[in-house]
Design a protein around this ligand. Sequence first.
Ligand code: 1CP
Length: 344
Amino acid sequence: MPEPLFLRACWREEVERTPVWLMRQAGRYMRAYREMRRRHSFMELCKNPRLAAEITLQPVRAFGMDAAIIFSDILLIAEGMGVRLEYTRAGPRLEPLRTPEQVESLRVPDVSTQMPYLLEAIKLVKQKLGSTPLIGFAGAPFTLASYLIEGGTSRSFMQTKRLMFTSPGTFSELMRRLTDAVAELLNAQVEAGADALQVFDSWVGCLSPGDYERYVLPHMRELMSGIDARGEVPVIHFVNQAGGFLESVSRAGGDVIGVDWRVPIDIAWRRIGYGFGIQGNLDPMALFAPEHELELRVEEVLERAGARPGHIFNLGHGVHRATPERRVRLLVELVRRLSSRRAG
Ligand code: 1CP
C-alpha cells in the first residue's frame, strides 16, 4: 500500500493533492462530541480510552480528514508532573507555580503509569483507523510554562514574563523539566503507535524575537533532539503569532513548521527555508464567510503554497467551537477539489 498522503507531504514527497486536517478537529463544534459531553466531564472523556478513541475518529469518519489527532489535552501532563489541574466553565485551572521550590517539586512523568489512558486510546484508535495516520501531540515547553505560572489562561502573560525577567534561573529550570517531560510524552505516544507528532507552541507569539532566542530556542532544540523517532516519525512544530521570528523557530527544528494566518504562507516558507514542510494557514474565521469567499481564500492558500511538495493544508489555529459542521465538510471538499485540479 502506498504511504498515506499526509505522511508523504510531511516528508516533502510528491503528492497528487494537498492533504488536509484541522487543529482541534475533534471536539466542541461537532454535535456528536457535545452529546457525549452532556454525559461526561471533559476530563472523563480524556481518561476513558474507549470514549477518547471514539471522539478521535468522529471527524475522520464525518469529513474524511487525511489525518486523525488523538483526543487529549496539552495540560494533562501537568497532573503527571504533580500539579493539580481542573477544567472549569471559565477554562483550565492549575495550581500556580512561581517559586524555585515549586519548580524543584515537578517530576518528569512516567507516561505509562501516569497517563496510561492516553496510550490505551492511541492503541484503540490505531486498531480502528485503517490507513489514516494518527497524530500524537504535546504542548511546547513555553506554552505549558505559561499555563503553570499563570495558573490558567492569560492575555498579558505578566506572571510568566515577570518570572522570566526576574528569576531567569528558575524559569529556565522550569523549561528544562518541561522539556524532559514533553520528550517522554512524545516518545511514549510513538511507542503506542502514533504515526506523526505535533508540538503546539500556541502562546510563544507573546515574546519578542530576542526573548524567544534566549529563553525558548535552546529548550526547543533540546526537545527536538530528544525525540527518539526523529527522521522516522515526522514532527510538526506549530507556532502561533510568531511571524516576528520564524527564522529562529526553524532553527529550533521539526520536519514541518505550522504557521498562523497572520503571515502569508509563501513568505513564511521562504523564511524558514524549503528544507521544511509547511502547514497552514487559513484564518479559522474564514469558515464563517460566504461560500464563494471561503473558496477564494482556500484557493489563495493553495496558490501561495504553490506546486512545491511539502504543504499540509490546515487552519492557522484551532477550529472555533461555533463553526457549523457543514462548513468544515465544505472546506475539506474544496481543498481536495482545488488542489487536485492544480496538480493535474
Ligand atoms: O469543554 C470541553 O469540552 C473541553 C474543551 C477542550 C477540548 C475539546 C479542551 C480544554 N481541550 C480539548 C481538546 C484538545 N486540546 C485537543 C484534541 C482535539 C483536537 O485537536 O482535535 C488538542 C490538540 C488540544 C490542544 C490544546 N489545549 C492547546 C493547543 C492548541 C491550541 O488551540 O492552541 C491548548 C492551548 C489547550 C489548552 C486548553 N484546553 C482546553 C481549553 C478550552 C484550552 C484553551 C484555553 C485557553 O484559551 O487558554
